[in-house]
Every structure is written in structure tokens, then in C-alpha cells.
Design a protein. Structure first.
Length: 427
């Protein structure tokens, strides 16, 4: 059996194993080892396992991952999410669907320090959902807005997804982060418009203030720590004061000082550290798996074969892009965002570059499409995250509620494809 056939079969086996529920990192390690052993031999495959684990764990560039994870977890434990929601509610008070709009606004703000879609969706749902239900909101509007708002976590920088895309494709981390700002703001704007529209049809109940009255000025001051942290990381990167790893370290230090100032306590600090270790271990398992499976991809030359096929098929570049994005949308229904990116980018990136697309622009398009997959019914990952954070929600309400926001994301994707400058202007 030739190498290309083994590579194609291994990809099919990998997708099948993942769909059966095997963790993506472990699946890539097992299938990657088996595929490489079938092509080259067992002894070289064992050497690959050793070198992939060591090189990934000791790669200085990847030290930024636990730093950003620690930053987000410290801020989450500090109670900032509740502050952001209260401040957002004060700003959107009196709007049609104002509390749902506050949830999306808090998600956007929290995204600047979280970098994870699932973490953002879970954190803000726990804060905002009880308030919406207490004021008679339709479950569909509550669930849809919170699931969609969570997707901002992997677009608005600092984003773990954009970070890993930059590292594995050897693009500038700073440019990738800058490229994500305008698409993230576009998503936020479209979500707010969507809420204003659907709130005309779905009950929003009582949109009066929550609890004690807070002045607008005091509410706006609650956003200051978020803006300072965002400015520290992005300003340091863009101004050339920090390398990406140094920016992560500075952000984590600021988050630690802020959390201690807010009285995080020993238990909260330990929870933040445990969550950071657990999340980092999961990401590094996927990174190691991607490195192992990468040997199968490179040896079998799947990417080159795919490029040749696309070139000889007569497909236009936009048709190639459409096929790739359709694959992302389907895969996003079953797989977490980081796993999708690490699994597919080594295969698709050479094809996209050969088709003439800007690599930074494609990174944004890929992440936006992954976001879309995360909220596409029936099995988008964010839908399950919202359900787990609000157990009384009906699954049917979540699926129906998210549909207007899916339409919103499709519009955004179309705008980014039609007008690449939206993503590239700041870079």
C-alpha cells in the first residue's frame, strides 16, 4: 500500500475515532503512531513519539499557552465576570432585550481576557441566565444570546485559537491578534442587532435594573480592569515592548495582582491554578498529537496531493475555500475549536496558500467558521456548554434560540470573504 493511501485511510480512521468519543489528542497520537509505523516502521514511529512529546513540551513558543490560561482563570476567580455583567446591564438598561444584550456585552469584554469560547459561554451563562429567567425572558432568547456570545472568546484577542494558528503556521502572533479585533467587533455588533430584532418576537419580560441602583459612571469604571489588561497585552505586543510570551507573563502578573486585590483567597487561587494545569495539559496533549500525526501528513504528502487535485479539478479558488469552510462547519458540530484547528490546518494551509489567499486572512476566516460550527444545531459544542451551565434549559429552546445568531454569523462570514480588509486593515 502506497504512502498516500495510508495517509488518506489514517485521516478517515482519525475522524471516525474522534466521532466515537475518543479525546482528540489521544486519537491523533494513536492514529499518527499507527500510520507512521505502517509507512516507515515501528522503531522510527517510537522515536517520533519520544521526540514529539519532548519538543512540544520544551518549545519556548508554547509557554504562552499556560500564561494566557492562567490569566483568564485568575480573572474568572476574581469575580470580574459578574462585574462585567452588572456594568453591561447598566449600559443596556431600557433597551429591547437589554439583559440579553448585557450578556453578549459581558461576553465580549470577558473574551479579551479569556481566549476560550467554552470558558466564556460557561462563565457568563452562570452569571446572566438566572437574571434573565428572573425577569421572564424567553428561554430561546436567553440560550441563543449566551451561546453566541460565548463564541467571541476565540476571536477577540488574546485568543488561544489565533495564537495556536499563528504558531503552527509560523505567522506573527501580534498580527493575528490585531487581525481578530475588527471581526470580533463586527460579530458583537451583529449579535446586538440580532437581539434587537428577535426581542420583538420573543418575550423579554422586565428590563428594569438589577438589584441596587448603579450610576452609569460607576458602571463604566467596572470595565477599566478589562481595558487595562487588554491594553497591556495588545499594546505591549503592537508597540514592540513584549514578545508574545512576555505579553502573556505580564498579563498573568496583572491578573494575579488584581485577583489578590479583590481578595481571591487561597481556595480561589488554588482553583485557578488547578484549572490552568488541567486546561494546559489538555491543550498540550492535542499539540503533541498534532505533532505525531503531522509526520503522517508530511510523509504521505496529503496536502500536496490535495493541492494537485484541486489544481487539476478546474475548481476556482473560491470554490476550494467554500469546500474547506463547509468541512469546518460540519466538523465544528462534533469537535472543540482548538482541536479542529490543530488537526486541519496542517492539511489545509498549504492548499489555501497555493490558491493565493493571505495566510492571516485565512486564519481569521477559519476561526470564524469554527465559531459558526460551535453554535450550529444540533450538536454545536457551545450549546452543550450552555446547557451544562443552566440545567433547566430545554435543548429544543437552545437549538431554536441560536438560529438567528447562526444567520448573523453567516452574514459576518460573507462580509469577511467579500471584504478581506476588515481583517487585514489593522495588520
Amino acid at each position: 500500500m502506497d504512502f498516500l493511501t495510508i495517509g488518506i485511510l489514517s485521516l478517515g480512521v482519525l475522524l471516525g475515532v474522534v466521532l466515537l468519543g475518543c479525546p482528540v489528542g489521544l486519537a491523533m497520537i494513536i492514529v499518527g503512531f499507527g500510520g507512521f509505523a505502517a509507512m516507515i516502521g515501528t522503531s522510527p514511529a517510537l522515536s517520533v513519539l519520544e521526540t514529539a512529546a519532548w519538543e512540544t513540551a520544551t518549545n519556548y513558543s508554547f509557554t504562552i499557552v499556560p500564561l494566557f490560561m492562567l490569566m483568564g482563570n485568575l480573572i474568572s476567580e476574581s469575580g470580574m465576570a459578574r462585574d462585567l455583567f452588572r456594568a453591561s446591564e447598566r449600559v443596556t438598561r431600557g433597551w429591547s432585550g437589554g439583559i440579553a444584550a448585557a450578556g453578549v456585552t459581558a461576553s465580549a469584554a470577558f473574551s479579551t481576557i479569556s481566549g476560550s469560547s467554552l470558558a466564556t459561554a460557561a462563565t457568563i451563562t452562570r452569571v446572566a441566565y438566572p437574571e434573565m429567567m428572573a425577569r421572564g425572558y424567553d428561554q430561546r432568547l436567553a440560550a441563543g444570546s449566551l451561546a453566541a456570545g460565548g463564541t467571541l472568546g476565540i476571536m477577540i484577542p488574546p485568543s488561544i485559537a489565533l495564537l495556536l494558528y499563528a504558531l503552527i503556521t509560523e505567522q506573527s502572533v501580534g498580527k493575528m491578534f490585531l487581525a481578530g479585533i475588527l471581526p470580533g467587533l463586527l460579530a458583537y455588533s451583529l449579535y446586538m442587532i440580532t437581539i434587537l430584532i428577535v426581542s420583538r418576537f420573543w418575550t423579554t419580560g422586565d428590563n428594569s435594573g438589577l438589584g441596587e441602583e448603579t450610576s452609569l459612571g460607576k458602571a463604566l469604571r467596572l470595565f477599566v480592569p478589562t481595558f487595562v489588561l487588554f491594553g497591556l497585552v495588545m499594546g505591549g505586543l503592537y508597540g514592540g515592548f513584549f514578545t508574545p510570551t512576555e505579553a502573556g507573563g505580564a498579563g498573568a502578573l496583572f491578573a494575579l495582582v488584581y485577583a489578590m486585590w479583590r481578595g481571591i483567597g487561597r481556595d480561589g487561587l488554588m482553583r485557578a491554578l488547578r484549572n490552568t494545569v488541567a486546561a494546559t495539559a489538555g491543550i498540550f496533549l492535542i499539540l503533541i498529537g498534532a505533532e505525531v500525526y503531522g509526520f503522517v501528513v508530511s510523509t504521505s504528502q496529503i496536502s500536496f496531493a490535495l493541492s494537485d487535485y484541486m489544481r487539476n479539478s478546474g475548481l476556482e479558488p473560491w470554490q476550494v475555500l467554500a469546500l474547506i469552510l463547509a468541512f469546518y462547519i460540519v466538523l465544528g458540530c462534533f469537535m472543540e475549536s482548538l482541536a479542529m484547528i490543530l488537526l486541519t490546518i496542517p492539511i489545509f494551509f498549504p492548499v489555501v496558500v497555493e490558491a493565493g489567499y493571505d495566510p492571516i486572512w485565512f486564519g481569521i476566516i477559519a476561526v470564524v467558521t469554527v465559531e459558526l460550527g460551535l453554535i450550529t444545531p444540533p450538536v454545536g459544542m457551545n450549546l452543550f456548554m450552555v446547557k451544562s451551565s443552566a440545567p433547566d434549559l430545554e435543548q429544543r429552546s437552545i437549538m431554536i434560540g441560536v438560529l438567528p445568531f447562526v444567520v448573523s454569523d453567516i452574514i459576518r462570514l460573507g462580509l469577511l470573504i467579500a471584504f478581506p480588509a476588515i481583517a487585514l486593515t489593522l495588520t
